[in-house]
Design a protein around this ligand. Structure first.
Ligand code: CA
Length: 701
């Protein structure tokens, strides 16, 4: 029941896919090209944006200055492209050789003439859409890598694909994880010399995390480095795994251990190191993964390995024995900072756990860690950066109210460092969470293993959502002085990734669809544009033929919308690629979401109160991650309260039988019995009935 795009969206796209002029366009534009420029992966040519984070350092800083604090008020829409999806867009486009590459939901890849917006080609890897079952936070993709005239990207179902950058034809494809296993790829690959590096997601399921390197030319696996130890009765893959095993207890390997590398990976060409962040241990709670002592290395850690071999170099673990889903996968930024009068080569991260870390990237030594948001799980850090935990922060016997939430004080959203201002620009959210441990937790290899108490789906959650205090802001953080330089409060907690330029500008979008340019030194808002759909992805900028452009993907969704429904504030709508230039006058067609009336149950179904209660728990465990807490959808998948009679009549075939697998609704026959599915249906109908009699109208769908 999770259609990726409406029929309208598909129709919009169809003519674009069949673009027959792409080859002509390439030939016409190709006369002044440098044939070697596609090799530019580290710095890129002036005006290009050649890696996920702009350059190898991933500072998301552009030296371009045509658009600056004086001229930015003249910025307007140069061209746009409707991506025809209601799902979240999180990619940063890449531009090289006059071509802009972007990815969309379900791992679709697009190439455009960066100047005109003409679609050159599109590639659909035909992801099995029921793989949506194995992603916590929407069917997203954060972008491509580019090298040697090839585009590399990962697919939601775990494949790594190399395409010809000019024509979009497939050169090779490899599986990075076993077919139909709970691994997924949502992050962008990175290039390290002749290797393409890719991790995976899945630590909310029972998997073992790893990072893989493939030969850029052939797709042959060069090395694979695990992040957590396997079965200790078998030989360890490395000394690092042996060391890590000493920090675990119980039989963790049976649940995989977690520690997936689902987003941040940077290649440091100076040191020939790959630095990456690892996700939570699995399940979330140490007690449920059998941990009584130990830090559970290398989960929730920043790890460096040698690019040539994949061998361990160093690690720093912000959250030992994580109990809060504090993945350390947030963006990693390489920089040189002068600290105490001494130049240091550092890696920086605004960790989910609320601390901003500056780490020596030569050896992993802790330089500083400072709270950049409200932190209640720890009272501070010791001299080596180890957290001093607050009493009662771990949910053991009773629920624990803790800040930050599993969504983090900051998450995957790119951050930007401007060497001219010395400031890091990032969205910060204040978002507490009630951690509840499910002591009856049973491993289900077909579903998530977080270990949250399913009661959370019920009244406890409802009460919590209505009472929690959330907030958000754009912050300019001084990593040397370890303090804010300025902040801009946001009307809602979740805001998007950032980009900064030598024109003294910072660009950031937010959930209500506003894209704003701020003065980098002061935070003054200088220009704004209403995209009509929420922006989570980071803007980027590039120059073609003397014109500077700013591009961003607008498309709102993710766990905020799927899970929290309307409380995950932001505008859901058809995703757009938006490209701006000075003095451009383009406009977006106005799109109004259709208003729906009060829902009413499409069928009558007899059910006991006990069945409905049971159904609520099952719904919480299996359905709400996509269809929303208490059956209130955020708008990117079907709101089940509006399900028509034919859906209810086919309910068993859809939920257990996989009748709608092709649309993203997985089959749950392995996890749920017929009777349980009926209980879920009874709960949905009960929620529908309650909505029908509620005095306040339901949110627009
Ligand atoms: Ca996680």
């Amino acid at each position: 029941m999770t259609a990726s795009s409406s029929l309208l969206g598909i129709a919009r796209r169809s003519w674009q896919v069949a673009s027959a002029v792409s080859l002509l366009a390439i030939l016409a534009a190709g006369c002044n090209r440098n044939p070697e420029s596609a090799n530019a992966t580290a710095a890129g040519r002036a005006g290009e944006w050649t890696t996920y984070g702009g350059t190898a350092s991933e500072q998301r800083f552009s030296p371009l200055t045509r658009i600056d604090e004086k001229s930015v008020s003249r910025l307007g829409l140069a061209w746009s492209f409707d991506l025809g999806t209601l799902r979240a867009l999180e990619a940063t486009p890449i531009v090289s050789d006059g071509i802009l590459y972007a990815t969309s939901a379900w791992s679709l890849v697009y190439a455009f003439n960066a100047k005109t917006g003409e679609l050159l080609w599109m590639y659909d890897p035909h992801v099995m859409k029921d793989h949506s079952k194995f992603v916590c936070c929407d069917v997203v993709n954060r972008g491509v890598a580019l090298a040697n005239g090839r585009v590399y990207f990962g697919t939601l179902d775990g494949r790594l694909v190399a395409l010809d950058a000019k024509h979009g034809t497939r050169i090779w494809e490899v599986r990075t994880s076993p077919e139909d296993s709970p691994y997924a790829i949502t992050g962008a690959p990175r290039i390290a010399k002749d290797k393409v590096i890719i991790g995976n997601a899945g630590a909310e399921y029972a998997v073992r995390g790893y990072l893989s390197a493939y030969d850029t030319a052939t797709g042959a696996l060069a090395w694979r480095t695990y992040t957590v130890p396997g079965d200790p009765s078998q030989p360890f893959e490395s000394d690092a795994m042996k060391q890590a095993a000493a920090t675990w207890s119980g039989e963790w390997w049976k649940l995989g251990g977690g520690g997936t590398v689902w987003d941040a990976i940077v290649y440091d060409p100076d040191l020939d190191l790959i630095v990456f962040g690892t996700g939570n241990a699995s399940p979330w709670y140490p007690a449920l993964r059998g941990t009584t002592v130990g830090d559970n290395l290398y989960t929730s850690s920043i790890v460096a390995i040698h690019a040539k071999t994949g061998d361990y170099a160093w690690h720093f673990q912000p959250t030992p024995a994580d109990s809060w889903d504090y993945d350390a996968t947030q963006p990693l930024v390489l920089a040189e900072l002068t600290i105490d009068g001494r130049p240091r080569r550092v890696v920086m991260q605004a960790n989910k756990n609320g601390f901003f870390y500056v780490i020596d990237r030569e050896n992993g030594a802790f330089i500083s860690g400072t709270a950049y948001a409200k932190v209640t799980w720890a009272t501070g850090l010791d001299a080596k950066g180890r957290p001093i935990e607050a009493p009662g922060a771990r949910a053991v016997d009773t629920p624990s109210l803790v800040q930050p939430s599993p969504d983090g004080a900051h998450n995957w959203h790119p951050i930007a460092f401007n060497p001219a201002t010395g400031l890091v620009y990032l969205g910060v959210q204040e978002d507490p969470f009630l951690y509840t441990i499910d002591r009856q937790h049973k491993l289900d290899m077909h579903d998530s293993t977080m270990g949250l108490d399913p009661r959370y789906a019920g009244p406890l959650m409802a009460q919590w959502i209505t009472t929690m205090k959330v907030g958000g802001r754009l912050v300019a953080w001084d990593p040397v002085k370890r303090q804010e330089a300025w902040r801009v409060e946001m009307p809602q907690p979740k805001s998007g990734g950032t980009m900064t330029t030598a024109g003294n500008l910072v660009f950031q979008g937010r959930g209500d669809g506003t894209l704003t340019a701020y003065r980098a030194t002061t935070g003054d808002a200088l220009w704004t544009f209403d995209a009509g759909v929420g922006i989570a992805a980071a803007p980027m900028t590039y120059e073609v033929d003397g014109t500077q452009y700013v591009a961003v993907l607008a498309g709102w969704g993710g766990s905020n919308i799927l899970y929290n429904g309307p409380t995950g504030a932001g505008k859901v709508g058809f995703g757009q690629l938006l490209v701006f230039a000075l003095d451009a006058k383009g406009t977006l067609p106005k799109y109004e979401r259709p208003q729906r009336g009060v829902p009413s149950p499409a069928i009558e179904m007899a059910a006991s109160a006990a069945d409905i209660t049971e159904g609520a728990g099952l719904y919480g465990a299996y359905c709400q991650r996509c269809h929303g807490v208490q059956v209130v959808s955020g708008g990117s998948v079907l709101d089940l309260r509006y399900a028509e009679a034919y859906v209810h009549h086919s309910f068993q075939q859809i939920v257990r039988g996989g009748e709608r697998r092709l649309y993203g609704m997985p089959a749950f026959a392995d996890s749920l019995s017929e009777a349980q599915v009926q209980q879920i249906q009874a709960y949905i109908l009960e929620q529908t009935k309650q909505a029908a009699t509620a005095t306040t109208p339901p949110p627009a769908q």
